[in-house]
Design a protein around this ligand. Structure first.
Ligand code: GS8
Length: 216
């Protein structure tokens, strides 16, 4: 039986999980959750994700939430059929994957998500206008994070080392939107970050998952 992802195409956390499923060539069903009717806060969905958020994930009797934890489960479950994105065969390499996944979740996500909410979610889904002060402050924060990435990526091809890992893939969902908007120069002006992004964006899994999303 195929695993199920309860989510939405505009949800960056849902996209994180779908990218991993596609990378591993897994069979899955995407069950759409309709935010416009508040389905994410409905009792059946809250039973799947107690925070009333997407994604939620079902594999038989196992129910999971939190996109990074779901993604790790997917990468372990299907490890025989796709790239080795967690590097669990090496203590050192898997530790570096963990380091850069933490950086993504604790530094990158915080800065870039605010830009995404202001410049994509607000205007596209709520007909609102971006708060330019929030955008400018977040762009400055993101620039400082990307300076660290530029230095790191001048020493290794990918974040955790000279191998693609989940730490890289986990950046795709927000970056996909921001490189298509007014903040694209944050990426284009840093040559190693630019090359890293181009390498991620050339992956078939990226193309498959992001084609057809609202702002692609
Ligand atoms: C974040 C989930 C989340 O914010 C994860 O799964 O990684 N740390 C969690 N989901 C948003 C959609 S963006 O992907 C969501 O469901 N928002 C609705 C809400 O909070 O009410």
């Amino acid at each position: 039986m195929a695993v199920k992802v309860y989510g939405a195409a505009m949800s960056t956390a849902t996209v994180r999980v779908l990218l991993c499923l596609e990378e591993m060539g897994a069979e899955y069903e995407l069950v759409p959750i309709d935010f416009s009717t508040g389905e994410h806060k409905s009792p059946p969905h809250v039973a799947r994700n107690p925070f009333g958020q997407v994604p939620a994930f079902e594999d038989g009797d196992l129910m999971l939430f939190e996109s990074r934890a779901i993604s790790r489960y997917v990468l372990r479950k299907y490890k025989a059929s796709g790239p080795d994105l967690l590097r669990e065969g090496s203590l050192e390499e898997s530790a570096m994957v963990d380091v850069w996944l933490e950086v993504e979740a604790q530094q990158y996500d915080k800065a870039i998500s605010a830009i995404y909410i202001e410049t994509v979610i607000k205007p596209v889904f709520f007909g609102g206008v971006p708060d330019e002060k929030v955008v400018a402050e977040s762009a400055e924060k993101l620039g400082k994070v990307l300076d660290v990435y530029e230095a790191r990526l001048s020493k290794s091809k990918y974040l955790a080392g000279d191998f693609l890992s989940f730490a890289d893939l986990s950046h795709i969902p927000y970056t996909h939107h921001i490189v298509a908007g007014p903040q694209a120069s944050l990426f284009e002006s840093r040559p190693h970050v630019k090359a890293w992004w181009e390498s991620l964006a050339s992956r078939p899994a990226y193309k498959k998952v992001t084609t057809g999303t609202p702002t692609s």
